[in-house]
Design a protein around this ligand. Structure first.
Ligand code: UD1
Length: 365
C-alpha cells in the first residue's frame, strides 16, 4: 500500500518540541510519508533554528516564512501560503499541534480543502477568551477530525462541546517525550557556568503573555514581586523577544538579583530548569515540564488550560498581582509541592499518536 502522506505543521517555538517526537515516530513507520511544513511564525535562530538542530527535526519540506504581524495578518498569511502547499502535496491528512496562530490557520486551510485534520494537544481550555490561544484552541478543535488529548481534562472539555467520543484519544504529552529523551544530554550543558551559578539555590523566570508583558502597569507589578523574591533566591530570566521589546519600550527598571539572559537553546533551558528550586512562568509548556521534573512552579496567571499540573503536579496558580505572587511564593517556601506524573506522560505519547493515526488513516483508505 502507498504510504500515507501526512503534512505536519509547526510555526512557533513550543510547537517544535511537540513535532520532534511525532516526526521521529512517523519516519519509523513505513505506512507514513510525513511532510514537515514550517510556517515561519518564529524565525530567529534563538526561537527556531537552534530548536530544529537540537531536537533532530528534519529540514522542513516547505517554509512559508510568514514572520511577525498582527493576529489577523499572521493568520491570513499562513492561510494564503499554506493552501498552495496542500494543493501541491495532496496529503491524506494534516496534523497541527498546540494553540498558536499557525495551528488554527493551517487547520482551516486543510479542512476547507476537505483534508482530514488531526489536532495534537486537543481540548485544553483556560475558559478565558481574552487569550488568543483560547480562540485558536476552540476553533481548531471544532473543525478537527481526530483529537489527540494530552490530559484527561482535554477529553472532558471536548465531550462537553459535543465532539463524539470516538474522535477523541487520550495519548499523553508529546512534549514530555522530548523532555525525557533530552534530559540526560541536557545535564552536560555548561549553561550554569555561563550564567555564573555557583551551587546556591536559584529560581528561573519566563514571561511572554501579552496580558503580562505588554501592559506597563501589569508588567511593573510582576517585576516588583520578582525583585522581592530575588532577595531570597537569585532569579535567572531568559527573555522572550516580545518581552525584550516591552522592557526596552517601557523603561521599567529591573531591580534585585534578577539576571536577564537571551532566549536559551532547548537543552540549556532544560538544564537550568531541572536544577532550579522554583520556576515562575506564564508559559503553558513550562507548567507541564516542571510537573514532569517535580520542580515547584508558580504560574503567573489567573487560570490554566492545563489543570492536571495543579491537581496532580507541582504547579500553583499565583495570579498576576504583587500580593498574590508573594503569597504563593511564601507557600512554596513553606511547603513546596512534589506532585506525581500524570497519566501517559511517560515518553511514549508520540508512539500512541502514530497508532491512532495508522488506524484512522487505514480506515479512510
Ligand atoms: C507565540 C504564540 C504563543 C506562544 C509563543 C511562544 C500566538 C497567538 N502566540 O507568541 O501562544 O506561547 O509564541 O513563544 O500564536 N519575534 C522575534 N523573533 C521571532 C519571533 C518573534 O523577534 O523569531 C518577536 C516579534 O517582535 C514579534 C513578537 O516577538 O512581533 C511576538 O511574536 P509572535 O509570534 O507574534 O507571538 P509570541 O508572543 O511569540
Amino acid at each position: 500500500m502507498k504510504p500515507k502522506k501526512l503534512i505536519c505543521v509547526g510555526g512557533a517555538r513550543p510547537n517544535f518540541m511537540k513535532l520532534a517526537p511525532i516526526m521521529r515516530a512517523l519516519e519509523q513507520a513505513p505506512e507514513f510519508d510525513p511532510v514537515l511544513v514550517h510556517t515561519g511564525q518564529h524565525y530567529d535562530q534563538a526561537m527556531s533554528g537552534q530548536f530544529f538542530r537540537e531536537l533532530g527535526l528534519p529540514q522542513p519540506a516547505f517554509n512559508l516564512e510568514v514572520g511577525s504581524a498582527s493576529h489577523a495578518q499572521q493568520t491570513a498569511e499562513v492561510m494564503k501560503r499554506f493552501e498552495p502547499v496542500v494543493l501541491e502535496v495532496q496529503p491524506d491528512g494534516v496534523l497541527v499541534v498546540g494553540d498558536v496562530n499557525s495551528t488554527v490557520a493551517s487547520a482551516l486551510v486543510a479542512k476547507k480543502l476537505q483534508i482530514p485534520v488531526v489536532h495534537l494537544e486537543a481540548g485544553l481550555r483556560s475558559f478565558d477568551r481574552s487569550m488568543p490561544e483560547e480562540i485558536n484552541r476552540v476553533v481548531t478543535d471544532a473543525i478537527s477530525d481526530i483529537l489527540l488529548a494530552s490530559e484527561e481534562s482535554g477529553r472532558r472539555n471536548l465531550l462537553a462541546e459535543g465532539i463524539p467520543s470516538e474522535r477523541i484519544y487520550l495519548v499523553g504529552n508529546v512534549m514530555i517525550d522530548s523532555l525525557r529523551l533530552n534530559l540526560e544530554k541536557a545535564q552536560s550543558s555548561d549553561i550554569l557556568n555561563r550564567l555564573h551559578i555557583k551551587g546556591e539555590p536559584y529560581g528561573v523566570v519566563t514571561l511572554h503573555r501579552p496580558a503580562n508583558v505588554d501592559d506597563q502597569e501589569q508588567f511593573g507589578e510582576i517585576l516588583s514581586a520578582l525583585a522581592i523574591i530575588s532577595e531570597t533566591v537569585p532569579l535567572y530570566f531568559p527573555v522572550h523577544p516580545r518581552t525584550r521589546l516591552s522592557l526596552a519600550g517601557c523603561g521599567i527598571p529591573v531591580r534585585g538579583r534578577i539576571h536577564l539572559a537571551d532566549p536559551l537553546a532547548y537543552t540549556e533551558f532544560l538544564c537550568l530548569m531541572s536544577k532550579a528550586s522554583v520556576v515562575l512562568t506564564d508559559s503553558g509548556g513550562i507548567q507541564e515540564e516542571t510537573t514532569a521534573l517535580g520542580i515547584p512552579c508558580l504560574t503567573l496567571r489567573n487560570n490554566t488550560e492545563r489543570p492536571v499540573t495543579v491537581d496532580e503536579g507541582t504547579n500553583t496558580l499565583a495570579g498576576t498581582r504583587k500580593e498574590t505572587i508573594l503569597a504563593a511564593w511564601d507557600e512554596v517556601k513553606r511547603a513546596p509541592k512534589t506532585g506525581r506524573i500524570p497519566k501517559y506522560w511517560d515518553g511514549n505519547a508520540a508512539v500512541r499518536c502514530v497508532t491512532v493515526l495508522r488506524d484512522y488513516l487505514s480506515a479512510t483508505a
